[in-house]
Ligand binder design. Structure first.
Ligand code: MBD
Ligand code: FE
Length: 283
């Protein structure tokens, strides 16, 4: 598999994610945490920092470098990117411990609400000359008892064949490769799209600079983001990955799970097809 040659700009992705997060913050659940709990959590976070300073005998120049880097993350609007890449998986693991049905994964910084609603058998919005191998994902949404959930929403968004997301890369049209697919009476859906490429954290921003400075790699394996919602049911936020794909075993965001790997097969006409069913628990 080849990966993208062009490198996304930090300004085109991380910064937009910051604006998007602020715009949607009012509709999100922002915790109202009691003081004792704030104190308990922040004390432990700070203790982790203090312990690392002592363990590694951190110097003043290193402390000042850390401050400069933290400022750059904020100025570049990369906090959503950084938090979702390096921290969100730990929060998701806590949620996963109490969630039945389809395995979840992290939301990431590139979800956009209110995308175009599409019928159960549909094509995601795409450019006339959209690059990439055609891909059809079909399946059924059910509850834990196996009852099909008609009218459920399969909200899907993913990078293009160069690894770019619409809304976060200026050259990709708004709404590209995003849609809210509504299941039929039997809870079924069939979504035609194109195979996404692996995603590279922009190397020209502070998050990418940290990754480079630490000698890590900046890649996430190719993935489809999916959020499934149905009335009276707990929504599931997840991602699907591709068998044999590059970076599957070393996702920089640590968000893969074996249950979330699909293995689309060419149907003989150049279209790769896979099925995946989503199971939701009652709210
Ligand atoms: C992505 O595409 C993504 O899914 C996550 C979690 C973080 C950065 C970019
Ligand atoms: Fe992503």
């Amino acid at each position: 598999m080849t990966t993208t040659q062009e490198s996304p700009t930090a300004a085109g992705s991380g910064a937009n994610a910051s604006e998007n997060f602020k715009a949607s913050a009012s509709s999100q659940e922002i915790a109202d945490t009691p003081p004792e709990r704030v104190a308990a959590i922040v004390t432990d976070v700070l203790k982790g920092v203090h312990d690392a300073i002592a363990k590694h005998d951190v110097s003043y120049p290193e402390f000042q470098a850390a401050k400069a880097w933290l400022m750059a993350v904020g100025e570049g609007g990369e906090w959503p990117l950084f938090m979702d890449v390096f921290v969100e998986h730990a929060v998701e693991a806590q949620v996963a411990a109490s969630q039945q049905g389809t395995k979840g994964s992290i939301l990431g910084p590139y979800f956009l609400p209110d995308q175009v609603r599409l019928g159960s058998t549909c094509k995601l919005p795409r450019r006339d000359d959209e690059k990439g191998t055609p891909l059809v994902l079909s399946g059924q949404v059910r509850d834990l008892d196996g009852t099909p959930l008609g009218g459920a929403e399969v909200d899907i968004w993913h990078a293009d064949a160069d690894g770019y997301y619409s809304g976060f890369a200026p050259h990709v049209p708004e709404g590209n490769l995003r849609g809210v697919v509504v299941t039929d009476d039997e809870g079924r859906f069939a979504i035609e799209t194109v195979q996404p490429a692996p995603y590279q954290i922009p190397t020209d921003g502070p998050t990418g600079q940290l990754i480079g400075a630490a000698g890590w790699h900046p890649w996430r394996p190719a993935h489809l983001h999916i959020q499934v919602r149905a009335e009276g049911h707990r929504p599931i936020t997840t991602q699907l990955y591709f068998a044999g794909g590059e970076w599957l075993d070393s996702d920089v965001a640590e968000a893969t799970k074996p249950e979330l790997i699909i293995d689309p097969q060419d149907d003989g006409t150049g279209i790769r097809r896979s099925t995946y069913d989503f199971v939701l628990e009652s709210a």
